[in-house]
Design a protein around this ligand. Structure first.
Ligand code: DON
Length: 637
């Protein structure tokens, strides 16, 4: 049976895909390859069907493509060795295991009865001597639960319960004289500290675990995902361990065929005399092949041929890496092309606008491994030559490895020393360290980062002015922060300032002052719009619900208004229901004009009503023009 199988819950095959067809083609092309012999030195293994042939590919995001005899169970044999080595590293630590087993290719056959003459320990954990030494240490770690621990571990790797094939175990235990000799050689060299039989028996048990070709591909994909099973999300291993496992698989996994394998195929791999071959493309996918006929090295003939063909056809060779083509910096531009949605007072705008080109925005993307991050750091340094505040948007970055996080933190420190400021935004999915995710450095959105950058320009500019005046001067705090306490005389507020005193008075006597505590919902979407708001003090933000079927709904900031600014005007005139919420960011107050009061004004003092409408039209015109400019610019970014 063939078919794409997703996570364990969906076993029914789905219509075959291109990848499926590609694997089926491999089956076809190699079906007539009948070189090699089924293993018989362990008598039970001789019962395998030499025609069996299955291929499975499992991707790092959990898709599994399976063809041929992918469901047939066979024993894992030596493919268990790297995983048992990973278990030992996890339980006992790499530093301990390095004293018990080396990590050097031996060039010997898998069953060589030899220790490294230099160190007196087995050369690596992939040959039987190293594997038996490894099993002995797992047994010694917990004699009572060693086998249970092993089976639990292997089952988590495969994503389903696995069990020992008792017939193969009995057959191997009864015929395993060579391995018994190896275990006594290890005892003699004090690599195994006690009687060798229990550790050897655990080794026989691990080799006799029954698996399918699909299980092996999922186990390989778990290694590709640095120890996380891409189907179940369980994490039986971590990157520090899987790196070591893949290293010894790459150098020793195919025994004295390891060199030719790395040359032809270029993937960390492991074979077993049960007929399995498992190969890993780190970070991308796992491949498994099952076909019992073996070559002289004890590797599956069809298994080797299939992996070689897939490596060449799909360009999977570890050393065949195309140079970084897509730039990790998707786009970069200045603060003149994109501003925050914080509406600035005339006074603030007079300071900020001439300096906007000193804000530099960089949008990064993809996996920022060292090579990609080096490219980003170069762009940041370039931006810092004439920029005061650099914003790095990480929203499209899929991965930021630990080493890159450390380099980014160092870059931020270097910029700070040079009097520049690096701000990050949209990084919550990257789990940044505290030093990089602190307040006033990392922002949830680009809009908020732009607002912070504008505030920094105010600080820098007002700081310089103050320094120039030698006095406290009017620092940025006076410009950027909301005015506390009683509101300014409404007549002096921006909108009404240009009006003649009598007209202004006719309007202001109809306004009512209302106080709002920080966090108050001033007006809600879908509410009637019969009030006009003129900010007297504090800050007020408008939020629009962003409803996406595939993502959690959220509120996006449309604008933030401060003293002298009007909001609620669009709906006030259209009479339509409000489309957004308005919230008080800080304690503040607003002058309200009720629709009834406006209608009275139109009756009693049409000139004043017209003057107000004119001012509102000018204000709305400015807002529409700026929004239009920003929208147009943003489309090209
Ligand atoms: O110890 C043995 O000989 C077997 N249990 C495992 C050998 C093996 O799978 C060699 N790999 N190709």
């Amino acid at each position: 049976m063939t078919g794409i199988t997703k996570a364990p819950s969906s076993s029914a095959p789905i219509r075959s895909s291109l990848i499926q067809q590609l694997l089926e083609q491999q089956l076809e092309d190699l079906r007539d390859c009948r070189e090699g012999e089924v293993a018989d030195y362990i008598p039970e293994l001789a019962k395998a069907n030499p025609e069996d042939f299955g291929i499975v590919l499992a991707t790092a995001d959990g898709r599994v493509y399976a063809v041929g005899d992918w469901e047939k169970t066979f024993t894992i044999q030596s493919i268990s060795k790297p995983f048992m080595y990973g278990l030992a590293l996890s339980l006992l630590s790499p530093s301990f295991m390095e004293k018990k087993v080396g990590v050097e290719p031996s060039g010997d056959a898998f069953n060589a009865i030899s220790l490294d003459p230099r160190t007196g320990i087995p050369r690596n954990p992939m040959i039987n001597a190293g594997a038996i030494a490894t099993a002995a240490q797992v047994w010694r770690h917990d004699p009572g639960r060693a086998e249970a621990l092993t089976l639990e571990f292997f089952s988590t790797l495969a994503g389903r319960p696995l069990a020992v094939n008792e017939s193969v175990y009995e057959s191997e235990r009864a015929s395993g004289h060579r391995n018994r000799a190896i275990s006594h050689l290890l005892r003699n060299a004090a690599v195994i500290e006690e009687e060798p039989e229990p550790g050897l028996d655990l080794y026989f048990r691990q080799c006799s675990i029954g698996v399918t070709c699909r299980d092996l591909a999922v186990m390989a994909a778990t290694l590709a995902c640095q120890g996380r099973n891409p189907l179940t999300q369980d994490e039986p291993l971590n990157p520090a361990i899987t790196t070591r496992m893949l290293a010894v698989m790459g150098s020793c996994g195919m025994y004295d065929y390891a060199g030719q394998w790395l040359y032809d195929v270029g993937m960390p791999a492991k074979s077993g005399v049960g007929g399995g071959v498992l190969a890993v493309v780190p970070g991308r996918l796992g491949i498994a092949v099952y076909s019992p006929r073996l070559d002289a090295f004890g590797n599956s003939v069809r298994g080797i041929a299939t992996c070689r063909r897939l490596s060449q056809a799909l360009e999977l060779h570890l050393f065949d890496q195309t140079p970084l083509q897509q730039s990790p910096v998707r786009s970069t531009y200045k603060g003149t092309e994109r501003r925050s949605r914080r509406w600035r007072s005339t006074a603030e705008a007079e300071v900020i606008d001439p300096l906007r080109s000193q804000i530099k925005v960089l949008h990064a993307q993809g996996v920022l491994d060292f090579a990609a991050l080096e490219n980003v750091l170069g762009s940041i340094e370039q931006a810092a030559t004439d920029g005061a505040v650099i914003i790095l948007d990480l929203g499209q970055v899929s991965e930021l490895p630990a080493a890159s996080k450390a380099l980014l933190q160092r870059q931020a420190e270097l910029l700070q020393t040079a009097g520049k400021q690096l701000l990050l935004c949209r990084s919550s999915h990257l789990e940044l360290p505290a030093a990089l995710s602190r307040k006033k450095f990392t922002y949830a959105s680009l809009d908020l980062a732009l607002e912070a950058a504008e505030d920094l320009l105010l600080e820098i500019s007002c700081g310089e002015e103050s320094a120039g005046e030698g006095s406290a001067g009017e620092g940025s705090a006076a410009l950027a922060a909301p005015q506390k306490g009683t509101p300014t005389d409404v007549g002096l507020l921006g909108l009404l300032a240009p009006l003649a005193a009598d007209l202004r008075e006719a309007i202001t006597e109809r306004l009512e002052l209302r106080q709002y505590a920080a966090g108050t919902l001033v007006m809600g979407r879908q509410q009637e719009s019969d009030q006009l708001f003129l900010v007297a003090s504090g800050r007020f933000s408008i939020f629009l619900p962003i409803l996406r079927p595939e993502a959690p709904s959220r509120l996006a900031r449309m604008a933030t208004f401060s003293e002298g600014m009007v909001f609620g005007d669009a709906a006030f005139f259209s009479g339509e229901l409000r489309m957004a919420d308005v919230v008080a960011d800080t304690d503040g107050s607003c002058w309200l004009l009720q629709r009834s009061a406006f209608e009275e004004l139109q009756e009693d003092n049409p000139a004043a009503a017209i003057a107000l409408l004119t001012q509102l039209a000018i204000d709305l015109g400015r807002k529409v023009a700026l929004c239009g400019q920003q929208l147009t610019l943003v489309e090209d970014l």
